[in-house]
Design a protein around this ligand. Structure first.
Ligand SMILES: [Zn+2]
Length: 294
């Protein structure tokens, strides 16, 4: 019986990141049949259990027979085998937040029922690690050659700070500007292409921009122009950020530390991975059947 397709739409898209990892089945089979001298049948049953590790997906230590889909290769980088040997794993990473934990648990319960297709795991992470990894992913996704990234980074942070499935509808006409406002009742308000944000949220936005651009040429860029570290803290003070966040710091660097700590603490607290192995299992089967029938 065909199982129903599971939808991931209940999870806010700002909390989800997807990676596709390719595997060369020629390399994979060769390890078992040529190096370990196993029969194709045993190799097949071993390979059916296989799921790549997080370091393969993240690119931190992607190793044979895996390679990242971004490379768009026609031939295997290890054995030069043609594309027909390739299969794909799709990893979905969720940075969990209490505001949608109920939906996340429900989704996981459904995924567990298809335990052969979906591999699930939850790596240990501190909130600081989760924040840094998000910043790194954001960094990679932005084009820093013009100022457009400032707005994209701001909107990414605002969505992340208030994870919701409604953002796509609310912002369907686009965001032309993120504007500091002392009049917003909650933390933000959207009207006619402008996203009005509170001093606390606006301060977080320029902090994120500062952190993102620090590692780039002409670093320290924000909506408030290019700021040195001291100027950033003074600007945060002037817009009322420290008052809004109830930060009472003796000096500049202490203020900065507390601001980052607050930003990190309000973010996601756990990471969940679901790896869809469907394409892999299907292709593995067809490769095996061809080998067997030879
Ligand atoms: Zn290969």
């Amino acid at each position: 019986m065909k199982k129903p397709e599971i939808s991931f739409d209940s999870i806010p898209s700002s909390a989800v990141s997807r990676t596709t990892l390719k595997i060369c089945l020629k390399c994979a089979f060769d390890v078992f049949t040529k190096q370990l001298k196993l029969t194709p049948r045993t190799a097949y049953s071993e390979l059916r259990k296989h799921t790549p590790e997080e370091v393969d997906f993240s690119g931190a230590a992607t190793s044979r027979p895996h390679f990242l889909a971004e490379s768009n290769l026609d031939h295997c980088p290890y054995c030069n085998g043609p594309k027909r040997w390739f299969a794909e794993f799709h990893a979905l990473r969720i940075d969990a937040h209490p505001s949608f934990e109920k939906e996340r648990k429900k989704l996981w319960a459904a995924l567990r029922k298809q335990s052969e297709r979906f591999a699930l795991w939850s790596p240990e992470r501190t909130k600081m690690q989760i924040f840094s990894e998000w910043l790194e992913r954001l960094n990679r996704s932005l084009a820093f050659d013009n100022d457009g990234w400032l707005l994209n980074a701001a909107v990414s942070h605002i969505k992340r700070a208030a994870p919701s499935n409604d953002w796509d509808t609310i912002l369907q006409n686009g965001v032309q500007r993120v504007q500091l406002s002392r009049q917003v009742e909650d933390s933000w308000r959207y009207a006619d292409g402008w996203l009005y944000v509170s001093p606390a949220l606006y301060g977080d936005v320029i902090l994120v921009q500062h952190l993102l651009s620090r590692s780039h040429q002409h670093g320290g860029r924000t909506f408030e122009g290019r700021l040195t570290f001291q100027e950033l803290i003074r600007r945060l003070r002037r817009i009322g950020y420290f008052d809004a966040k109830v930060i009472d710091a003796e000096d500049l660097s202490e203020g900065f530390e507390q601001a980052i700590a607050g930003l990190v603490d309000s973010g996601p607290s756990a990471v969940y991975y679901a790896v869809d192995r469907k394409d892999y299992l299907d292709k593995l089967k067809s490769v095996y059947e061809k080998k067997r029938d030879k």
